[in-house]
Design a protein around this ligand. Structure first.
Ligand code: BTN
Length: 255
């Protein structure tokens, strides 16, 4: 169940931010899907939807996002930021950075970002971000592994980690509040026309930069060295024959 009185308490703690409408439900198919449907019907947000459990949680590249009930913070936000369309992809970066900052604030951990937006600790994925754009609105969803059983499902046993596995006890509602406060901050930075500040933060936090990588894109694999990100947060990979600009991919760090 959602924490007792959570919705009311959350509203108080989020005063001063744009996130005054927070819904915390026990179960939904996917918080991203539900808010994307609202966006299609004309809702501009900001709306926040949190679920204890998703029956069809969505991951990137049509994968499923797995989490037993109450094991993760599963949150989507529908926003229509006052920014140029070209800046909208950076809302996803804002969500990744905000997640990392929230984890950092509540734990002893110093997580990294793996491009595009995975929050990782010790090479394992702690949180993932999935954004879906609709005209000028964005639905950005984050799943953070907070309190999982000791044994992870086979599909993610070698790649994922949860905060409790790292000795960190974190309250999901507290994590949510800090995440939304930081997301509010970064959206404000974008709206003020300072997207370079967020891109600099991505550069500072992104462990992919400087690494030899294989980027699995829709149109094939790209091998090379990840040199930088551009002003939209796209990854610049030096293949030896030129620089490829990658906007979406699964990236493997080769070294
Ligand atoms: C990834 O593949 O790394 C992205 C995972 C995103 C999962 C979150 S959980 C809350 C929101 N609702 C969804 O269906 N997916 C995102």
């Amino acid at each position: 169940m959602p924490p007792e009185g959570a919705n009311a308490g959350l509203t108080d703690q989020l005063s001063g931010t744009r996130f005054t409408e927070v819904r915390w439900v026990e179960e939904v198919d996917s918080t991203n899907r539900a808010l994307a449907e609202e966006a299609r019907s004309g809702v501009e947000g900001p709306v926040v939807l949190v679920a204890d459990h998703q029956t069809a949680g969505r991951g990137r590249r049509d994968r499923t996002w797995l989490a037993p009930p109450s094991a993760g913070l599963l949150v989507s936000v529908l926003v229509t930021p006052a920014v140029d369309r070209s800046v909208l992809p950076l809302v996803t970066v804002a969500a990744g950075v905000a997640t990392l900052e929230a984890v950092e604030e509540l734990t002893d951990l110093v997580p990294d970002l793996k491009w595009p937006n995975d929050v990782i600790v010790e090479d394992r994925k702690l949180a993932g971000v999935l954004a879906e754009g609709l005209d000028r609105s964005v639905v950005v969803g984050v799943g953070t592994n907070v309190d999982w059983p000791e044994e992870l499902p086979d599909e993610i046993a070698d790649t994922a980690v949860a905060l409790n596995h790292l000795g960190q006890r974190v309250d999901r509602a507290e994590l949510l509040v800090i995440y939304l406060r930081r997301l509010h901050h970064w959206l404000g930075v974008l709206e003020a026309g300072h997207s370079d500040q967020l891109v600099d933060e991505l550069r500072r936090r992104c462990v992919t930069l400087g690494q030899d990588v294989v980027a699995h894109t829709e149109s094939g694999d790209i091998h090379g060295t990840a040199r930088d990100v551009d002003d939209r947060g796209e990854l610049l990979v030096d293949t030896g024959a030129g620089v490829e600009v990658i906007s979406a991919a699964d990236v493997i760090h080769v070294r």
